[in-house]
Design a protein around this ligand. Structure first.
Ligand code: NAP
Length: 299
């Protein structure tokens, strides 16, 4: 099977390529910067198609020639999540490709509404547009947060460091009740290739949603350090409304953690009914991940 990985030079893309090659698949890369790949990886590729941008249509068409499946591992950015995503899918359509793993590996946006969490509006819009206009039925893989982001502004429990004080972890809402599924990038890459090769209906082009996770945790379970509750759920909802008005949607990244906390508080991120293929390796535990060498995570 020849697999095209768009965004292969990125964090997840490189991991996907390594796993795919180790399973005997043939891998073609697509991106603007082939030099970002170590030679140990680029040497093993069937080829690398260099594009000038996500809207380099001739390069997209060349990249699709002879391909059996496409994986879109482009960066999580509004232009790539929607515009670039659709251009890649249309190129796959023109080449008659039926297996398309969509850029996702995200929290479960199937439970929320357009507008609840700006960052996922583009995923929701893409899914709707494709469902209503294409013969391709994409595969969407919902992982929860990547483990690397658990203690950042994008995840629950971001660290705040104040002059003269130790690091402090801050959170909104109910620290014991709100559950955050998370997945290591290694598990996400390995299980994605398992899903591509063995997931029900995937090789037949039937697509679908696959929910996976390495683990699920509450804020209190994450809290190995001093924790500061920032306010009640009612305060949080008011704060989010204020931030949305003040910052505007173009700056949604600045209020992403408050939005995530509102959705978590409603129990909508929980990633129930997870897929567990017999081919999956054992999930990484949070303890093992925290003890691991984080330098390996930086590609
Ligand atoms: N659940 C989570 O917490 C979480 C976190 C992060 C990512 N993700 C998901 O994982 C997937 C991959 O993300 P990633 O973090 O691995 O991506 P990444 O490393 O940030 O980027 C992947 C590649 O996208 C290309 N790219 C970046 N900006 C571009 C632009 N303006 N135009 C065209 N190409 C551009 C770059 O390739 P070239 O320079 O070679 O073109 C880059 O190497 C996405 O689906 C994302 O949604 C999930």
């Amino acid at each position: 099977m020849l697999v095209l990985i768009a965004g292969i030079t990125g964090g997840l893309g490189q991991r996907l390529a390594k796993v795919a090659l180790s399973r005997g698949l043939s891998v073609r890369g697509l991106g603007r910067n082939p030099s970002k790949l170590p030679s140990s990886l680029s040497n093993q590729l069937e080829s690398f198609i260099t594009s000038t941008s996500y809207y380099d249509i001739p390069a997209l068409s060349v990249a699709m020639q002879g391909v059996d499946a496409v994986i879109n591992a482009s960066a999580p950015h509004p232009l790539l999540d929607l515009d670039g995503h659709l251009l890649l899918l249309r190129a796959a359509e023109r080449a008659g490709i039926r297996i398309f793993i969509a850029s996702s590996w995200s929290r479960d946006w199937t439970n929320i509404n357009f507008g609840d969490f700006e960052h996922y509006n583009n995923h929701i819009a893409f899914e709707h547009q494709v469902a209503t206009s294409s013969f391709i039925k994409p595969v969407y893989i919902l992982t929860g947060l990547f483990a690397d982001l658990l203690y950042t502004v994008y995840g629950p429990g971001k660290f705040v460091v104040k002059e003269g004080e130790g690091p402090r972890m801050e959170y909104w809402g109910d620290g014991n009740r709100d559950k955050y599924p998370w997945t290591t990038q290694e598990n996400a890459a390995a299980w994605t290739i398992d899903i591509l090769m063995h997931g029900t209906g995937v090789q037949a082009g039937e697509g679908g949603f696959f929910k996976i996770r390495s683990g699920v945790t509450t804020i209190d379970e994450l809290a190995a350090v001093k924790v500061t509750k920032r306010g009640s759920t009612a305060n949080l909802v008011a704060e989010l409304a204020r931030l949305r008005k003040e910052k505007g949607r173009v700056n949604y990244i600045e209020y992403m953690s408050e939005e995530a906390a509102v959705v978590a508080n409603k129990g909508l991120w929980e990633n129930n009914e997870v897929a567990m293929l017999e081919e999956f390796e054992k999930p990484t535990s949070l303890e093992d991940w925290l003890r691991g060498d984080k330098s390996k995570l930086v590609v």
